[in-house]
Design a protein around this ligand. Structure first.
Ligand SMILES: Cc1cc2nc3c(=O)[nH]c(=O)nc-3n(C[C@H](O)[C@H](O)[C@H](O)COP(=O)(O)OP(=O)(O)OC[C@H]3O[C@@H](n4cnc5c(N)ncnc54)[C@H](O)[C@@H]3O)c2cc1C
Length: 559
């Protein structure tokens, strides 16, 4: 059943076995996985089924430096379905090395291993509609399919690493009917959690305060509470709930909000492949079950350890869009349309010189390249705008065998990169956040070491050449600041309560019924985009919580 808080009388007390706060990727996965086990589940959601400016504005806050991090009301959505209403759908699991304690990555090491998550990754892959759980190109595609560059073989740089694309599945739209028919799930929309209220000893959540923007206030009591409000908002809720613990819940050791990680990303270098254009696989391949997949270049785990570098992947990319010297009509069209593209997808088009001369050159590119531009528009409308499973991104015909690398790298955990509260409050009286995202020299040096091996291996192969501008590396990797939408690390998981906020089961160390389902529990960020892992961790948490309540396995499948 779906209800709206504003239609309930103020002062209502709502009771459930489990209350999940937030109906995004984590919250909806939880609700689906807990359903059918004889429990009463309440799913609280701040937003509605449509975007609403006033609700979205509750996400507003400050950033220390807008060049380094976008404002906090961008790159996340406060509505039913959460940020999956606008996500890109790129899926891949974390690598086994990401869970290890690595002496060259301070504060690394998860209290669980890849194998602990593996069964949940399979289900998460299904839930996000990314096809079969297989990320090795050699196992997905025909044996005669060649590597990213035909004939390229290296024991150090691998190109069989895949990413798979979800539809992209908006979990709100996709699972609404499933949630509606489930008799054990109640969904309450327009219900903003404004406080987590502990008992006097501070070790148990007594109740939650919830409020609508129109002034209805109510209370929720549940045996178990799961915070699934996204990385930044889980942090904000814990810090704001300071009536019993004066530094905020779980913050006895000043950890909540610290270690804030995104990813280090940028387009750089020049890769020139020898031979005809068909020796390169730079775009999307479709797997046997119809999923768009893409190959990435990556260092083996052994090599990462040897050169003491964090995890990183690189995709073949086209030239810088803003520079009209590429003479490609489609890219120039994107540049000219940049103001009509949403903030999140247009941000990387707003770089550098935008003088009249530059605009004229972009216009000229379109006029001189009409056939490819029209072909692209037709492809985009049929395969993206109108398609259910959308073509993931702009890919151009390879005419020159010249590429840049698009880097997506792990960010080292840094206690000084952090989210704090400011005194200004939102419409519901909650203090807003300030995001002070910081990268360290190690982040850049790690990628530099990895890229040097790319240069060595690619040039040695004799099949291609690769070079990058060593002096400009930091600029190239930080030009657009933190990679948006990946909010990681601020309520980190660990075994020691003095150095972590939640335990291996995502439960706050010192509170017996409060759990977190979010990338904020990840101690490290991997090379991987986070959502598949968020969902896998949520499914694992659902099993754990059901066990603690002596509820059995679900009587129906998740999807
Ligand atoms: C433009 C963009 C592209 C992206 N592309 C990718 C990608 O390709 N691959 C990938 O892995 N990830 C991607 N992401 C990230 C992905 O969207 C997030 O990782 C994922 O949605 C996080 O899931 P979540 O459930 O933790 O948070 P969310 O999905 O953000 O859900 C949080 C929910 O909590 C609700 N909420 C918040 N505060 C409260 C409150 N106080 N009370 C009640 N409810 C509350 C919100 O309304 C929301 O519904 C992208 C993000 C963006 C913005």
């Amino acid at each position: 059943m779906i209800s709206i808080l504003n239609n309930l009388p103020s002062g209502s007390v709502i009771e459930a076995d489990i209350c999940i706060i937030g109906a995004g990727a984590a919250g909806i996965s939880q609700a689906l996985a807990l359903s059918g086990r004889g429990l009463k589940i309440l799913l609280l959601e701040s937003g509605f089924e449509f975007a609403d400016d006033k609700t979205q504005h509750l996400y507003a806050g400050e950033v220390a430096d807008e060049k380094l991090h976008s404002p906090p009301d961008k790159y996340r959505q406060r509505r039913f379905g959460g940020s999956t209403t606008i996500w890109g759908g790129r899926c891949m699991p974390f690598d086994p090395i990401d869970f290890e304690q690595r002496d060259y990555v301070p504060h690394s090491g998860w209290p669980l291993k890849y194998q602990d998550l593996a069964p949940y990754y399979q289900k998460a892959n299904q839930l996000l509609e990314a096809g079969m759980y297989e990320y090795d190109a050699d196992k997905v595609f025909d044996a005669d399919a060649h590597a990213a560059i035909k004939g390229f073989k290296s024991d150090i740089v691998k190109t069989n690493n895949l990413e798979r694309f979800s539809c992209p599945t908006n979990v709100g739209d996709r699972y609404k009917q499933r949630l509606l028919v489930a008799k054990d799930i109640d969904i309450l929309l327009g219900a903003n959690c404004t406080g987590i209220r502990l008992n006097q000893t501070g070790n148990h959540v007594d109740h939650l305060d919830i409020a609508s923007l129109q002034g209805v206030k109510a209370m929720v009591r549940a045996k178990k509470i799961i915070l699934a409000t996204g990385g930044i908002e889980t942090t904000r809720l814990l810090l704001n709930s300071n009536d019993v613990c004066k530094n905020g819940i779980g913050n006895e050791h000043d950890l909540v909000g610290r270690y804030y990680q995104c990813h280090i990303a940028g387009n750089l270098g020049k890769l020139t492949v020898k031979g005809p254009t068909n020796v390169v696989r730079h775009g999307y391949e479709i797997s046997p079950e119809g999923i768009y997949c893409r190959r990435r270049f990556a260092l083996t785990a052994e090599t990462q350890k040897k050169i003491k570098a964090g995890n990183m992947v690189a995709r073949l990319h086209f030239p810088k869009i803003v520079d009209p010297s590429h003479k490609i009509g489609v890219l120039s069209g994107l540049f000219l349309a940049k103001n009509f593209i949403s903030y999140e997808y247009g941000k990387r088009l707003k770089d550098g010189n935008s003088s009249l001369g530059i605009y004229l050159k972009h216009f000229a590119n379109i006029i001189l390249d009409p056939i490819d531009t029209i072909k692209f528009l037709y492809h985009w409308i049929t395969k993206r705008t109108l398609a259910k499973r959308k073509f993931p991104s702009v890919i151009l015909n390879n005419k020159s065998n010249q590429f840049t690398f698009e880097i997506h790298g792990e960010q080292y955990p840094n206690p000084d990169s952090r989210i704090t509260l400011i005194n200004e409050t939102d419409e519901l009286g909650m203090r807003k956040v300030k995001v002070d995202w910081k990268y360290m020299p190690e982040d850049i040096e790690s990628i530099r070491r990895s890229l040097k091996l790319f240069v060595q291996e690619i040039n040695q192969s004799g099949l291609a050449t690769f070079e990058f501008d060593d002096d400009k590396l930091e600029e190239d990797l930080t030009r657009f600041g933190a990679y948006g939408g990946h909010h990681i690390g601020t309520t980190r998981m660990g075994t020691n309560p003095e150095t972590s906020v939640v335990d291996v089961n995502c439960k706050l160390h010192n509170v017996d019924n409060l759990y977190i389902a979010s990338a904020s529990v990840f101690p490290t960020s991997s090379q991987a985009n986070p959502t598949l892992t968020i969902v896998a961790m949520s499914l694992r948490l659902a099993d754990h919580i059901a066990q603690t309540l002596n509820a059995g396995k679900s009587s129906h499948s998740i999807i």
